[in-house]
Design a protein around this ligand. Structure first.
Ligand SMILES: N#Cc1c(-c2ccc3ccn(Cc4ccccn4)c3c2)n[nH]c1N
Length: 242
């Protein structure tokens, strides 16, 4: 998979040189290219923004600079992803679908956002899909943090990136749509607190049922919205697998 990220702060994406994503890059599993939007400016001041039509506070990113940049990195079949507070929620299901694709291009806006004609222009281009997404109901200063989130959420799903693929199934928002159960490790006693006895029992069936019960309780308590969407069939399949 190839992912291009375009930003006026390319150093913001430096953490993608680290850990699993960094290993995926050096191992050839992920071709990640980070670009400075200002490389496509033509004026002495390398200007990327201007005042908004219709007035209002802040500045808007110019469509012409973005158009030159995206024409340079987009190819047929690419999926243009634009982080924005007004975007569709980025979910695990979205990440799973994106991990199946060949080429993602993430356009990181700043200021009050990117001129709306940019997304409109590329939606009209045959062979290019455009998705505006959001990583949560809070306001950030730009799209770079969202790009970090998206790249990590997608890269970890690529074959060979995570050591034990089975770990991708049980985690929060995994196949059954439940939040993850609580996890414990040594020492068995810490700060006057014990590990639940069932986890020391060696009885795999009981452990699996306890974990599913804990996941259900957590999901009902913290994310009642997910309970309504629970895939009971997937839950039963997960149960049968234990
Ligand atoms: N994903 C995501 C985001 C963003 C986000 C993404 C891109 C940009 C480009 C500029 N800004 C600042 C800004 C502030 C106010 C109104 C418009 N724009 C961004 C914010 N905020 N919160 C999320 N979950």
């Amino acid at each position: 998979m190839r992912i291009d990220v375009v930003s006026i702060f390319p150093d913001y994406l430096a953490p993608l040189d680290l850990s699993l994503v960094g290993k995926a890059r050096t191992g050839g599993l992920l071709d990640l290219r980070v670009h400075d939007l200002r490389d496509w400016t033509t004026d002495r001041h390398r200007t990327v923004d201007d005042t908004p039509f219709g007035g209002g506070a802040g500045m808007v990113m110019r469509p012409d600079v973005w158009g030159t940049a995206l024409d340079s990195v987009l190819d047929d079949g690419a999926h243009l992803l634009v982080p924005t507070p007004s975007g569709a929620p980025l979910t695990q299901r979205t990440a799973e679908r994106l991990a199946e694709e060949q080429h993602l291009v993430v356009a990181c806006g700043r200021y009050e956002g990117i001129d709306a004609r940019v997304a409109e222009h590329y939606r009209a281009r045959p062979g290019v899909r455009v998705s505006e997404f959001s990583i949560g109901d809070y306001v950030l200063n730009g799209g770079e943090v969202a790009a970090l989130v998206l790249v990590e959420a997608v890269a970890r799903l690529l074959p060979g990136v995570v050591g034990n693929p089975e770990s991708l199934v049980e985690e929060s928002h995994g196949a059954a749509g439940l939040l993850e159960y609580p996890v414990y490790t040594k020492p068995p006693q810490w700060a006057g607190l014990d590990v639940p006895d069932v986890l020391l029992s060696g009885h795999h069936g009981r452990i699996a049922r306890w974990r599913r019960d804990q996941a259900l309780r957590r999901t009902a308590g913290r994310r009642p919205d997910l309970v309504a969407a629970l895939d009971v069939a997937a839950l039963d399949r997960a149960d049968l697998a234990t």
